[in-house]
Design a protein. Structure first.
Length: 302
């Protein structure tokens, strides 16, 4: 569903850009170029608004404040990264790399991984990660959570099945790697399935563990759940066993344009790792984040 929707959006933008150029290209070239820039780079303006908002909201947050240089670097990074994800990988390349579970491709006893994406995303988000894992003998499953705007709690069975598949292929509890809302889905799965013993570790990247200010503008069920101080968040750790948060490594940034205040992406007792000057989607593809996370697979298998 999401891939179809994002293909429709992308192709509509391409058609609009081509139509604008054909209509104004000969008679008003300056207007043709201006319209092309608005259509192809208009997302940069929306991102700029988000970065201005995060700077204001983060003033009262204990996380170190972003400098203007960090905000500019993050804005440029997100402006470049977001179209690759939302206009190419997810709409057109979501199935480019299949899940790796076949016996000939998996070394039994080598740790596997389950990838859980965030809001308005699908498994295509993880393509650069899957490319790195191909041929290394690690089993992996990258989920496409459905329904797109449903309750986060309803994603637990999908995570459960993926965990079972990877565990069967490897004989070991898997590593979970989660971006944004995916980290909340993993916590909902842990709560529902009482699955602490069936996961090796959970890595979250830009996850709104205590909600995000920006979610107030969302109207889907999962958006409402991600609002600051929501009732759903209050129940997420109810009757939580001791040590659950110690299973988590939480990557977060002082320039996250989706999850702010910045400290909401951390958990008490977790290994919380601050990356300065990184935007929300960009954070998932930074070499330090990818390298440190994938290194856990080799450490866990040795």
């Amino acid at each position: 569903m999401l891939a179809y929707l994002q293909r429709l959006i992308t192709l509509t933008l391409v058609a609009a850009a081509c139509g604008w150029l054909l209509y104004f290209g000969a008679s008003r070239p300056w207007l043709a170029m201006a319209g092309l820039l608005v259509i192809t780079c208009g997302h940069a303006a929306f991102l700029a608004v988000e970065f201005m908002l995060l700077r204001v909201i983060n003033r009262a947050d204990p996380v170190p404040q972003a400098t203007w240089q960090e905000l500019l670097r993050a804005w440029l990074g997100e402006t470049w990264t977001a179209p690759q994800v939302f206009c190419w990988r997810q709409p057109f390349r979501a199935r480019a790399i299949a899940d790796q579970l076949a016996p000939h491709a998996v070394v039994h006893g080598r740790r596997g991984v389950v990838f859980v994406h965030g809001f308005f995303c699908n498994r295509g988000l993880w393509t650069p990660w899957l490319q790195r894992l191909q041929g290394r003998g690690h089993a992996f499953v990258a989920l496409s959570l459905e329904p797109v705007f449903g309750s986060i709690d309803d994603y637990a069975p999908q995570i459960e099945e993926a965990v079972r598949q990877v565990t069967r292929a490897t004989g070991l509890p898997p590593l979970l790697v989660c971006h944004s809302m995916g980290g909340l889905a993993a916590r909902a799965w842990l709560k529902r399935m009482k699955a602490e013993a069936r996961v090796y570790h959970v890595v979250t990247i830009g996850t709104p563990h205590r909600g995000t200010w920006l979610a107030r503008f969302g109207h889907g069920h999962n958006s409402r759940q991600m609002r600051l101080l929501s009732d759903w968040h209050a129940q997420l750790d109810h009757d939580m066993p001791d040590g659950r948060h110690a299973l988590f490594t939480c990557w977060y940034s002082n320039c996250d344009n989706i999850v702010f205040p910045a400290s909401t992406a951390t958990l008490p007792e977790a290994d919380n790792r601050l990356v300065r000057g990184a935007a929300h989607v960009q954070l998932a593809f930074l070499p330090p984040v990818m390298n440190a996370t994938l290194a856990m697979l080799d450490e866990a298998s040795s």
